[in-house]
Write a protein that binds this ligand. Sequence first.
Ligand SMILES: [Cu+2]
Length: 80
Amino acid sequence: MLRMGFAAFLAIAVLSPAYAQDLCNDAHMKQMDDMIAKMTDAAKKKEATAALDMSKAAMKMGDKAECMKHMNDAHKAMGL
Ligand SMILES: [Cu+2]
Protein backbone atom coordinates (compact mmCIF):
# COMPACT_ATOMS: atom_id res chain seq x y z
CA MET A 1 0.00 0.00 0.00
CA LEU A 2 2.71 2.43 1.04
CA ARG A 3 4.86 1.38 -1.92
CA MET A 4 1.98 1.92 -4.31
CA GLY A 5 1.43 5.39 -2.90
CA PHE A 6 5.06 6.25 -3.44
CA ALA A 7 5.01 4.95 -7.01
CA ALA A 8 1.95 7.06 -7.72
CA PHE A 9 3.67 10.07 -6.22
CA LEU A 10 6.73 9.48 -8.40
CA ALA A 11 4.58 9.13 -11.51
CA ILE A 12 2.91 12.45 -10.75
CA ALA A 13 6.23 14.14 -10.01
CA VAL A 14 7.70 12.87 -13.29
CA LEU A 15 4.65 13.67 -15.37
CA SER A 16 3.85 17.09 -13.91
CA PRO A 17 6.37 19.23 -15.78
CA ALA A 18 5.15 17.93 -19.14
CA TYR A 19 1.55 18.18 -18.01
CA ALA A 20 1.99 21.73 -16.74
CA GLN A 21 3.17 22.89 -20.15
CA ASP A 22 0.02 21.65 -21.73
CA LEU A 23 -2.52 23.54 -19.64
CA CYS A 24 -2.95 26.34 -22.14
CA ASN A 25 -5.80 24.75 -24.07
CA ASP A 26 -9.55 25.21 -24.31
CA ALA A 27 -10.34 22.05 -22.37
CA HIS A 28 -8.31 23.17 -19.36
CA MET A 29 -9.62 26.75 -19.59
CA LYS A 30 -13.11 25.34 -19.32
CA GLN A 31 -12.04 23.25 -16.34
CA MET A 32 -10.61 26.40 -14.74
CA ASP A 33 -13.85 28.31 -15.38
CA ASP A 34 -15.80 25.55 -13.67
CA MET A 35 -13.43 25.41 -10.71
CA ILE A 36 -13.44 29.19 -10.28
CA ALA A 37 -17.23 29.25 -10.50
CA LYS A 38 -17.29 26.98 -7.46
CA MET A 39 -14.97 29.17 -5.37
CA THR A 40 -16.55 30.63 -2.25
CA ASP A 41 -13.94 33.28 -1.35
CA ALA A 42 -15.08 36.35 -3.33
CA ALA A 43 -11.72 38.14 -3.18
CA LYS A 44 -9.77 35.06 -4.29
CA LYS A 45 -12.37 34.33 -6.92
CA LYS A 46 -11.91 37.81 -8.39
CA GLU A 47 -8.13 37.34 -8.33
CA ALA A 48 -8.35 33.96 -10.03
CA THR A 49 -10.76 35.28 -12.67
CA ALA A 50 -8.50 38.22 -13.49
CA ALA A 51 -5.45 35.94 -13.77
CA LEU A 52 -7.34 33.46 -15.93
CA ASP A 53 -8.54 36.22 -18.24
CA MET A 54 -4.94 37.28 -18.82
CA SER A 55 -3.97 33.65 -19.30
CA LYS A 56 -6.70 33.22 -21.96
CA ALA A 57 -5.62 36.41 -23.72
CA ALA A 58 -2.01 35.14 -23.87
CA MET A 59 -3.21 31.77 -25.14
CA LYS A 60 -5.11 33.48 -27.98
CA MET A 61 -1.92 35.27 -28.93
CA GLY A 62 -0.05 31.97 -28.91
CA ASP A 63 2.19 33.03 -26.02
CA LYS A 64 2.48 29.86 -23.97
CA ALA A 65 5.03 31.17 -21.48
CA GLU A 66 2.84 34.16 -20.65
CA CYS A 67 -0.22 31.95 -20.60
CA MET A 68 1.39 29.59 -18.07
CA LYS A 69 2.59 32.51 -15.94
CA HIS A 70 -0.94 33.84 -15.50
CA MET A 71 -2.28 30.31 -15.21
CA ASN A 72 0.01 29.73 -12.27
CA ASP A 73 -1.24 32.96 -10.68
CA ALA A 74 -4.79 31.75 -11.15
CA HIS A 75 -3.89 28.38 -9.58
CA LYS A 76 -2.34 30.15 -6.60
CA ALA A 77 -5.45 32.28 -6.10
CA MET A 78 -7.44 29.05 -6.24
CA GLY A 79 -5.24 27.57 -3.53
CA LEU A 80 -3.68 24.95 -5.82
CU1 LIG B 1 -5.20 25.89 -14.78
